[in-house]
Design a binder for this molecule. Structure first.
Ligand code: ATP
Ligand code: MG
Length: 469
């Protein structure tokens, strides 16, 4: 098969290779994505010979504007120019030892190099030398497997996954990203080798997990992680959401399946990775708070608060970032019940102001999460909830326009209270501040300085305090 490589960069690389008398191919993910008509920016080139020398010559041939980086230890080199990034590597043969995912590497042929790759669809190469320009080299049926939408290893799957267990995560990630299925023996080998995932660092696992999270339907990946037995090894807290318990014939919903539905619902509305993480973890506190109550049936009281408390250790274990993303996910999980509760009662201005105050600029994300959380099979119920949410959204807009609560700072600060009444920092100042905030959020006074000042004088007087100046 001849592939039409349109970009001029490919014939340029081929020319340089011809001058050096080296065989040269574009390989791996770029070829896969080209055949799938998916966008792909990084180009991997395999040279039968020295990848570094090839990169140096290629950079020289472009001249100004090319930026060369050489990675001697890995035997690779990268050339960046304009918006292209080309990685050059010499064809290699790999062999593995039991304890490590780092192979012993020797120089090899193109075939050796294709054989070391993880999946048949990632092992195709296109020749760049002039005489064979565009010729597809597909020894393991990659094209056919693309048509079948199938992920399969080129060699014995057991050996492939045992050699480098990260490939198990990659298999599931590609299945999720591309909407492919895992060929049977490939899937069975993941199940058989699942414990080997323990030799992979958390940092590498999270890269793959985040790619699953960023896919169109992330649930596909989590179902596969569950079925392959990897889930309890990488995210045990999520595994514990599985299952239904019954008492007197009354069951609760399966919180794992519910969570996956919420995750897909959020993914339909937002590309924000951290909002997707919030969806994945929003009910993580449920197993710990589950109780049977003779009157109310199954309850999960305070599961949002318990979930909020669990999230830092989950982030730490998974090596997820501990700054803003952690704070955001915690906030979403803590607040995820608020709009629902609000929509079930009469929607008062005061409750809306409090929600706006607590959610701040994240109110829109919170509303997406809450709407995604309605997963009942009863369409009438869903419609009713969504209609109520519409009312909440409307009220949020009205109150925000009127009272500007979103990024509200109380009009009188603690220092001013201390100065005014000559008070040291402490409980009294804190309480006065809190009473002012509550009065504004409850609509007792408007959100402005003069009214807050008058109320402060009155509250202080009740405590026997008089202004000093
Ligand atoms: P993407 O760039 O979308 O993540 P990709 O397939 O290009 O997908 P890369 O990590 O960029 O993935 O790797 C480039 C190529 O290197 C792959 O297509 C595959 O041929 C090979 N490869 C990468 N990681 C492994 C691995 N762990 N085991 C075997 N081959 C691998
Ligand atoms: Mg790539």
């Amino acid at each position: 098969m001849i592939i039409d490589l349109k970009q001029p960069i490919f014939s340029k690389i081929g020319e340089v290779a011809d001058n050096l008398g080296l065989e040269c191919y574009v390989v791996g993910g770029y070829v896969r994505d080209l055949l799938l008509k998916r966008p792909s920016k990084d180009i991997d080139v395999v040279v039968v010979g020295s990848g570094i020398m090839m990169a140096e010559e290629f950079a020289k041939s472009i001249g100004k504007g090319a930026h060369l980086s050489v990675f001697k230890t890995y035997g690779t080199a990268q050339v960046k120019f304009r918006d292209s990034e080309v990685e050059f590597v010499g064809a290699r043969k790999e062999s593995y030892q039991k304890e490590s995912r780092n192979p012993i590497v020797e120089n090899g042929t193109l075939e050796d190099d294709q054989l070391r790759r993880d999946f048949t669809i990632n092992a195709m190469a296109i020749c760049l030398n002039k005489a064979r320009f565009g010729e597809l080299v597909d020894p393991f049926g990659g094209v056919r497997h693309l048509e079948l939408k199938m992920i399969k290893t080129p060699c014995n799957s057991d050996v492939t996954f045992s050699d480098d267990p990260l490939r198990m995560m990659r298999a599931i990630r590609f299945a999720t990203q591309l909407g492919f299925f895992l060929e049977e023996s490939t899937f069975e080998a993941i199940y058989a080798n699942r414990e080997r995932i323990k030799i992979i660092t958390k940092e590498r696992i999270i890269v793959e997990l985040n790619k699953i999270m960023e896919s169109e339907r992330p649930s596909v990946g989590f179902v596969l992680l569950d079925k392959s037995g990897l889930l309890p090894l990488i995210l045990p807290e999520l595994e514990r959401l599985k299952g239904i318990e019954k008492r007197h014939g009354k069951g609760h919903k399966d919180n794992f399946l519910h969570t996956l539905k919420v995750l897909d619902n959020v993914a339909e509305k937002s590309d924000d990775l951290w909002l997707r993480w919030a969806a994945l973890l929003h009910d993580i506190g449920k197993p710990a708070t589950k109780q049977w109550d003779e009157q109310a049936g199954w309850t999960f009281k305070n599961h949002n608060f318990i979930g909020y408390k669990m999230i830092p250790s989950i982030f730490r274990n998974m090596k997820l970032p501990l700054g803003e993303p952690l704070k955001f996910v915690q906030k979403m999980v803590l607040l995820h019940m608020r709009p629902i509760v609000l929509s079930e009662e009469e929607i008062t201005d005061s409750a809306v102001r409090r929600l706006l105050f607590d959610a701040g600029d994240d109110i829109d994300s919170l509303m997406i999460l809450c709407e995604a959380d309605i997963t009942s099979g009863n369409q009438e119920k869903v419609d009713m909830f969504l209609a109520n949410f519409q009312k909440v959204r409307q009220k949020l807009d009205e109150v925000e326009q009127k009272d500007r609560i979103r990024n509200f700072q109380p009009p009188i600060k603690g220092e001013e209270i201390m100065r005014l009444f000559d008070l040291p920092p402490g409980r009294v100042v804190g309480e006065l501040k809190m009473q002012l905030k509550d009065a504004i959020l409850d609509g007792v006074i408007p959100n402005e300085y003069e009214s807050a000042f008058q109320l402060l004088l009155k509250l202080a007087k009740e405590q026997g305090l008089a202004p000093k100046c």
